[in-house]
Design a binder for this molecule. Structure first.
Ligand code: COA
Length: 177
C-alpha cells in the first residue's frame, strides 16, 4: 500500500529519533555544543565559556548531548545537584536546548527521558536518590508543557521579572524514573 507524504514524514522522523543517541558530554563536544547554546539562547553570552565551566563542575553538573546518526550534536541537557551533595538529591534541570533547525521533532523530550536514568545511575554509585526535580522557565515558554509532559512537573510559583520576563518555578515531587 502507498504511504501518504505525511505518514512517510512521520515514519522518517520516528526512525531518526530512534537512532538518536543521548550520551554524556565529552570535552571534544565543547565547540559544537556551544553553537547549539548560542543558537537556542539569543540573550545569553559567552556560550563556549558557559558550557565549559558547567562541564568542569562535574559531578555537581552533568551534561548530556543528543547525537544524530551523522555524529552531529543537535541538542544538550544540563542537570545540576542543588545545595550540596545530599543523600536525597534536589536535582535541577538547569538548561535544555535543541538547535532551532531541529526543534519540534521530539529531541527535547528524548533528552530528558534518556538522560535522567543516566543521572540516577551516577547518583546510585554514591547511594543517593533523586527526591525532587526542579526546573524554571519563562512563563510564556512552551517548554512548560514539555516539563509537565515528561517530568509531571507543576508550577509552584511565578516569579515576576526575573531574567528577561516572568519565570515559572516548577517541581516534580517524588519523581519515579
Ligand atoms: C524547549 C526545547 C528544548 C524543546 O525541544 P524540542 O525538541 O523542540 O521539543 P519536543 O519536540 O520534544 O516537544 C516537546 C513538547 O514541547 C511542546 N512544543 C514543541 N514545539 C512547540 C511549538 N513550536 N509550539 C508549542 N509547543 C511546542 C509540545 O508540548 C511538545 O510536546 P508534543 O509534541 O507531545 O505536543 C527547544 O524548543 C529549545 O531549545 N528552545 C530554545 C531554548 C529553550 O527555551 N529551552 C528551554 C528553557 S531552559
Amino acid at each position: 500500500m502507498n504511504q501518504t507524504p505525511i505518514k512517510m514524514a512521520l515514519v522518517t522522523s520516528t526512525v531518526m529519533l530512534f537512532k538518536m543517541n543521548i550520551r554524556p558530554f565529552e570535552i571534544k563536544d565543547l565547540a559544537v555544543t556551544s553553537k547549539v547554546h548560542k543558537a537556542a539562547f539569543i540573550r545569553q553570552k559567552m556560550s563556549y565559556e558557559w558550557i565549559e565551566c558547567n562541564f568542569k563542575a562535574y559531578p555537581k553538573s552533568q551534561i548530556f548531548v543528543a547525537e544524530n546518526q551523522k555524529n552531529e550534536i543537535i541538542g544538550y541537557i544540563h542537570w545540576c545537584q542543588k545545595s550540596g551533595f545530599r543523600f536525597e538529591v534536589i536535582l535541577e534541570l538547569e538548561q535544555l536546548a535543541v538547535h532551532p533547525s531541529q526543534q519540534g521533532k521530539g529531541i527535547g523530550t528524548k533528552l530528558i527521558k534518556d538522560s535522567l536514568p543516566q543521572v540516577q545511575k551516577q547518583l546510585k554509585s554514591r547511594n543517593a536518590v533523586i527526591k525532587h526535580v526542579i526546573v524554571t522557565t519563562r512563563s510564556d515558554n512552551y517548554a512548560q508543557m514539555l516539563y509537565k509532559k515528561t517530568l509531571n512537573a507543576v508550577v509552584e510559583a511565578t516569579i515576576s521579572n526575573l531574567y528577561s520576563a516572568d519565570e515559572v518555578f516548577m517541581i516534580s515531587r517524588n519523581i519515579k524514573i
